[in-house]
Design a protein around this ligand. Structure first.
Ligand code: ATP
Ligand code: MG
Length: 409
């Protein structure tokens, strides 16, 4: 076993969902479900909701290394720690803590108690004082409440107690599945995977749509989109990538529209096709990686001309971010390396180096009058390819999920 004797639980704590009173039940259910899903195949026995936290029971041979790698991708978790369960009395908790700190070197420590059970005879500060005195006597370490080298967290719940020694940061955000479904336009670039991640972090499941230049360009951009979708899938467990051959749509636009206006018109067609896919998959919004002023197509005028092609909301979570901030986020996310691989971006097909920076909605509509817009959408949808992704892959779950009882109104 790769963790200390007696350590047989993981406690995952959440912040934000505690605030969402009306929806709390739904959030906790989804978080319990998502944790169970993320940890499939790691040897956990059970996931249950306890007041204010989720408790994961570990099997004898649970794989802590994998658990530790996967849990930071589960949105909704503020922090998590390996923990030991004991009886709900101060002597058992103290004995457990003393055994756990045995052999560990630390000059200072703090005890932080949370009492979900207010009927417990000692208050939190009293529990801190009792256990703290025992640890101090046994180890000689000093109490340091502001910057302890070792933080010992004690949780008194109604029927049991837990303590844990090393708290790890969680991903924050809201559990995926609590905020509905969106469709992200995933190019092979740096920005759009970050945009998708931001929406997933706010609880959305997302489908991905990638437009490629077939039959006029090679498969490089599609391979990048596949790779990016793979990296993003552990955050939502299942993904679909819709691959749209866009070359012929572009050719039709080129035949009718002057060079400087082509990028805006390409984008309007992309949004229309993505909106049709959104209707098919029951998504409520589109997501792009646009950031204000980053390139010619992302001026306020052009963004307005682009989004006026559809009635579904277009979400742009990166609109106020600098390229450097987005790139840093992409590095942390693990998409940067793939995003910077060379490819043929279909938007570069048949466009000038300096496209129009200010196209009005009226000008965009006027430029499209001779295009068979609905025919083009239909054609693109007919040839749609869909790739599915799953994480963890193909592992049947044998994990018991215990959901909270119906909440009192
Ligand atoms: P990115 O790094 O996301 O490609 P970018 O800075 O290159 O962004 P643009 O290429 O102008 O910006 O694209 C703006 C947004 O339009 C992208 O973030 C993406 O959401 C969408 N988009 C652009 N090209 C494609 C494409 N080929 N397939 C799907 N979406 C696209
Ligand atoms: Mg791009």
């Amino acid at each position: 076993m790769c963790y200390g004797a007696g350590v047989n639980r993981i406690i995952a704590r959440y912040h934000e969902i505690a605030l969402k009173r009306g929806n709390r039940q739904m959030f906790v259910r989804q978080l319990v479900d998502n944790i169970g899903r993320a940890l499939r195949g790691t040897g956990i026995r059970r996931v249950k909701s306890a007041p204010g936290r989720i408790v994961v029971a570990l099997g004898k041979n649970a794989d802590w290394a994998s658990i530790r790698e996967r849990l930071p991708k589960v949105f909704g978790i503020a922090n998590f720690a390996l923990a030991q369960r004991t009886e709900r009395n101060i002597d058992d908790v103290t004995d457990g803590v003393l055994a756990a700190v045995e052999g560990r070197q630390f000059a200072s420590f703090a005890i932080h108690t949370k009492r979900a059970d207010k009927s417990f005879p000692l208050t939190s500060p009293e529990i801190n004082a009792v256990i703290g005195a025992a640890v101090k006597e046994k180890t000689g370490a000093a109490v340091n409440l502001s910057h302890p080298e070792l933080l010992i967290t004690v949780e008194m719940l109604p029927r049991e107690a837990f303590f844990s020694l090393d708290k790890l940061p969680g991903a924050g955000g809201l559990p995926v599945g609590t905020s509905g479904r969106v469709v992200t336009l995933l190019s092979g670039g740096i920005d759009s995977p970050v945009a998708a991640w931001r929406l997933m972090r706010r609880g959305c499941r997302t489908d991905f749509v990638h437009f490629h230049g077939a039959p006029f360009q090679d498969r490089a951009s599609q391979e990048k989109a596949v790779e990016l979708a793979k990296v993003l899938t552990p955050y939502q467990f299942e993904s679909r990538l819709h691959l749209v051959a866009f070359g012929e749509v572009q050719r039709d636009i080129v035949a009718q529209v002057q060079r400087p206006f082509r990028v805006v018109l390409y984008r309007r067609m992309m949004l229309r096709i993505a909106a049709a896919i959104a209707r098919q998959v029951g998504a409520q919004a589109l997501v792009t990686g646009e950031s204000l002023g980053q390139v010619a197509s992302q001026t306020l005028e052009n963004l307005t001309a682009i989004e006026s092609a559809v009635s579904i909301p277009v979400l742009r979570p990166l609109i106020g971010m600098d390229k450097q901030e987005i790139s840093d986020q992409a590095e942390r996310l693990g998409t940067f390396e793939t995003s910077i691989l060379p490819d043929q971006d279909c938007c570069q097909l048949f466009v000038p180096r300096h496209p129009a920076t200010r196209m009005s909605v009226d000008a965009a509509r006027a430029a499209e009058v001779d295009l068979d817009v609905s025919g083009m959408i239909e054609q693109a949808l007919e040839r749609l390819e869909v790739v599915s992704f799953e994480f963890p892959q193909g592992i049947a779950g044998k994990i018991r999920i215990e959901l909270p009882a119906a909440a009192p109104a």
